[in-house]
Design a protein around this ligand. Sequence first.
Ligand code: PLP
Length: 399
Amino acid sequence: MTLANGLTYLAIPGPSVMPERVLQAMHRAAPNIYSGELVDMVPHLVTQLKSVARTKHHAAIYIVNGHGTWEAALANTINAGDTVLVPATGQFAFGWAEMAQRLGINVELMDFGNRTSFDLDAIEQRLRADDAHKIKAVLAVHTDTSTGIRNDIAALRKTIDAANHPALLMADCMASLGCDRFEMDDWGVDVMVAGSQKGLMTPPGMGFVFFNDKADAARDAIDRVSQYWDWRPRVNPGVFYEYFAGTAPTHHLYGLREALQMIEDETMKGVWARHAGLAKAIWAAFDHWGTDGPLEVNAADPAIRSHSVTALMVHSEKGTALRDWCQTKTGLTLGIGLGMADAGAPEWHHFFRLGHMGHVNAQMILGALATIEAGLKATNIPHAPGGIVKAADVIADLA
Ligand SMILES: *Cc1c(COP(=O)(O)O)cnc(C)c1O
């Protein structure tokens, strides 16, 4: 029997659940791209994007996914042959590092594994040892979506400053923007990249590169930036099409307009508090289930847990069975484990993730958690029953 028909919850974790308002705003005829509403609304969207990023500097919009923003950020700041430092706490740092490598940039990786945050002392030592300042930038992922680890970007800035090093600080906030507190200017981040499809609740296909004047000064020293990647016309367009180096992503912009308005109406503090509260309920359930049995939140320390995605392990191949059960029997689609084990290895089935970013509320999360508790039972994964009660207690106390 299946009980899956009805509203589904895609928790894979990205693309994320899209609000009805966003979907409806995109359902329209093609707008004129030379004058009228679309042309008039973009400057305000840029202002709203900057306030979500907590920056008063520059926001460039690209028609790309997250990978495209990685390349855009590097193309404007780092020459082939220059060096970047990449501290890694999961899959996505390796992706950005590989992007850099393929552009001819020397990459120094510091791999901190899958279960802890950065070792800031080790990073400071590495930067101090770089007397010649060969390292031009530190590329750091804020929330790693594969491991559920949230790195302390403000502390990383302090570490770079303590080493007296001029490297740019670049942050990947693909999974955290619009979910977890992030303060680009206050934390001293020079470049930040994000995509439309996670906390920003809009389909994949738009990417954002935020940068300050220090990063823009690095742009002057770049030998060759393609017309398409160049961020300068995008933030200071003479003609409308230069925002996008071509045709505007018309329907995405209409969707994004609704999403940004929803965020503005809720306020950034409200958005952060909602994600923090829901995350607390999620941890209460998982931590309780794990008191008797193999289930474990990948990030043991709550201080380094993301508020937008939780990575779990069950130490047996039943992780996949649980995901399949939830999807086919109940309409909840959980995420696969990413980068925790080789695809094809039996251990690949030990992991799963719950995405809780963007357009999610307490009833969705309590529904998802109750479903997971049913799934643990149905797939015979040993656990302490009653995690859902712990989550309900958290929500009752918060709301
Ligand atoms: C999703 C994600 C990316 C990649 O985005 P794509 O749109 O798949 O290219 C990069 N970094 C992080 C942290 C992500 O969560």
